[in-house]
Design a protein around this ligand. Structure first.
Ligand SMILES: [Zn+2]
Length: 278
């Protein structure tokens, strides 16, 4: 009996891929899978875009699907995952994180955590695409004034804005449990995230992040509902943009909480009507 159950467990383990559990929906990443992407984090801005591309390829992206949109020497890396519902063909959701860093430190918290989050969500959803198309964006030059996201928003015509149901931004997870930065987020989307977190029993907090800004603001300013999830505690100013921003600073349990909230929010937005957050 003992041996048989072991064998059964072994057989189940052999036949199910982590990406595609039989009869189940998308399978989110584990804390260890997130941690694995920090052994190779590039601490130099020059190599950062290449690292993002390599990461998405490891997560299953076909190199031909990855585009780099260059405007005014700012590079945004973009991957589009087609939705499954032809009736929602004009609607899309953006999920983004900036890949650039400041001169100091390794940019592990700010914002390799965000990049690893969206890349892992890409890996999981690639085999279970949602109803609407998802646009994954790694933004350039956020630290110089949200430049990459501003360029992306500027390229969306006024008529097309209504087709952007929401934008979810991830910036700096892993110092504390996830929080939504109210001063850079749209109210209805924050309220929705709060209800969803309660339903899914995920840690959640909301507060303005004094002195901080991120790429969601570029979208919110143009009436595209947007929100930033971060994981910064009270002592974030001692880590961000300093030599202390290194992989050892990332708490992977807290990071995983932020990743899960982002993942659930993306799925929750996809289940909602496109205009629900305007
Ligand atoms: Zn940042």
């Amino acid at each position: 009996m003992y041996l048989n159950s072991l064998l059964l467990i072994f057989l189940i383990a052999m036949t199910s891929s982590p990406d595609d559990p039989p009869g189940k929906g998308p399978n989110p990443a584990t804390p260890d899978e997130l941690r694995a992407e920090f052994s190779s984090v590039s601490c130099s801005n020059e190599d950062r875009l290449l690292s993002v591309r390599a990461l998405f390829e490891r997560m299953g992206a076909d190199p031909a699907e990855i585009t780099v949109e260059r405007v005014k020497k700012i590079d945004n890396l973009v991957i589009r995952l087609e939705g499954t519902d032809p009736g929602l063909a004009g609607e899309k959701v953006v999920i983004g994180a900036h890949y650039d860093k400041t001169e100091k430190g390794c940019g592990a918290v700010d914002n390799w955590t965000g990049i690893v989050t969206i890349a892992n969500i890409y890996r999981t959803l690639k085999n279970h695409p949602p109803r609407r198309s998802i646009i994954f964006v790694a933004f350039g030059e956020e630290e110089k004034g949200l430049l990459g996201s501003k360029e992306m928003v500027a390229s969306i015509s006024k008529e097309d804005r209504a087709g952007y149901c929401a934008m979810i931004n991830v910036d700096s997870l892993g110092l504390a449990s996830p929080l939504v930065a109210e001063n850079m987020s749209s109210r209805k989307l924050v309220d929705f995230a709060q209800r969803l977190a309660k339903e899914k029993k995920l840690p959640f907090g909301r507060a303005p992040l004094e002195g901080g800004n991120s790429d969601s603001s570029s979208f919110a300013l143009k009436n595209i509902p947007a929100l930033t999830i971060h994981g910064l505690g009270n002592r974030w100013k001692f880590v961000l943009h300093t030599s202390e921003d290194k992989p050892e600073r990332v708490n992977f349990e807290k990071f995983h909480e932020g990743y899960l909230l982002t993942f659930e929010l993306l799925l929750g937005v996809d289940r909602s009507p496109c205009g629900a957050f305007r």
